[in-house]
Design a binder for this molecule. Structure first.
Ligand SMILES: Cc1cc2nc3c(=O)[nH]c(=O)nc-3n(C[C@H](O)[C@H](O)[C@H](O)COP(=O)(O)O)c2cc1C
Length: 350
């Protein structure tokens, strides 16, 4: 008999641990249907952004106040914002439509950093039928007067505020750059999160030399990047009582199996599906099932957390001890330093 792939995420019973993460693929009904057909057990919608809500409200306000569009700068602030997914009203309609057409759970997504009017969309998304809400907090702490404690308090307050306005489960998606990640996970739990999505993947600005401008970059991830969530999920999953989702670098069945072993309840894919299309889910799902069967696991439940830090005979392997040891092993394996530079990679601009 084939392994039981079912898992539970924030109280939702899911057919398997492959969730489609927020991306442009989950921003249209056609995309959602394709993801469901390919085997996604739940889908996180592309986010509604705080900036979109505020932009919308400013536009409505300017029209109401002046009877005309008297603030052209509103539209210049983020050129193209009107065309980026749908805007708040149609976002709510998309949630309603998704609920009508899909049978897998639909997780709406809000993306923002400040306490403000946009938060009321949490409640509106619940009313539109979302099964759960994911709150992506993407904050760049660039002000030198703002301390790490203040930044952390901001996350905790925001989560508390959103959690208190809804009764559906709330997942909080954060980046990995906290000084005290395990403590942060605890505090987000206490603030009302039902799940943690580890991690959001930050995008970095670049400098274009031809244009001498700062330009945004968006490169898709690779499997290697899943090692970041792997470490932290292994450490955190047994310390918190809420669900944990792995996000970043989930491309292959091996990635999925390892993250489940580390303690994830579900794994989320974005880059892999953008690169290969929704049908990639089917292949990964089949390969996960085969792996479990070959290794005589009866279920995903049996696999989950089996290699977490708490279950590991070498818990230090997830912490600093591993760092020193890896460096020593690397150096011992290649005592001749010329080994490091023998490959003669071409020098850029050479
Ligand atoms: C083109 C693109 C659009 C994305 N849009 C969103 C979004 O709207 N909301 C969100 O929370 N994450 C968004 N993400 C982040 C992904 O959901 C995911 O967390 C991140 O890409 C890391 O996972 P991956 O390695 O599978 O790509 C986006 C990612 C990409 C590549």
């Amino acid at each position: 008999m084939s392994a039981d792939l079912r898992t539970t995420y924030m109280g939702m019973e899911l057919a398997n641990p492959l969730v489609a993460g927020a991306s442009p693929l989950s921003g249209t009904i056609d995309g959602l249907l394709a993801l469901e057909e390919a085997g996604a057990s739940a889908i996180v919608l592309q986010s509604l952004f705080e900036e979109q809500v505020e932009h919308h409200e400013l536009s409505v306000h300017s029209i109401l106040e002046a009877g005309t569009d008297s603030f052209p700068e509103i539209h210049n602030f983020f050129p193209g914002l009107d065309d980026y997914n749908t805007g708040p009203e149609s976002y709510l309609q998309m949630v309603e439509e998704a609920k009508r057409q899909l049978s897998v759970p639909v997780i709406a997504s809000l993306n923002g950093v400040s306490r403000g009017g946009w938060i009321r969309y949490a409640r509106l998304l619940e009313e539109a039928g979302a099964d759960a809400l994911e709150l992506n907090i993407y904050f760049v702490a660039a002000d030198p007067r703002v301390t790490s404690s203040e930044v952390e308090a901001r996350y905790v307050d925001l989560v508390g505020e959103v959690a208190s306005t809804i009764s559906i489960p709330l997942a909080v998606k954060v980046g990995p750059y906290f000084s005290a990640m395990a403590n942060m996970a605890q505090r987000l739990t206490v603030a009302g999160a039902s799940g943690l999505v580890l991690f959001n993947r930050f995008l970095y600005p670049n400098i274009s030399l031809p244009s001498m401008k700062v330009v945004p970059t968006l490169s898709l991830s690779s499997s290697y990047e899943s090692l970041m969530p792997l470490r932290w999920i292994a450490i955190i999953s047994s310390q918190v009582k809420i669900s944990v989702a792995a996000s970043t670098g989930v491309h292959t069945a091996q990635d999925v199996v390892k993250l489940l072993m580390a303690g994830a309840d579900v794994t989320m894919m974005a880059s892999a599906l953008l690169r290969r299309g929704p049908a990639h889910l089917q292949l990964v799902l089949r390969a996960v099932r085969s792996w479990l069967d070959e290794h005589e696991y009866e279920s995903v439940a049996q696999l989950k957390g089996s290699m977490s830090q708490a279950s590991s005979p070498h818990p230090e392997a997830f912490e600093r001890a591993n760092y020193m040891r890896t460096l020593v092993d690397f150096t011992v394996a290649s005592p001749d330093p010329r080994h490091f530079y023998a490959r003669r990679d071409p020098i850029p601009w050479d």
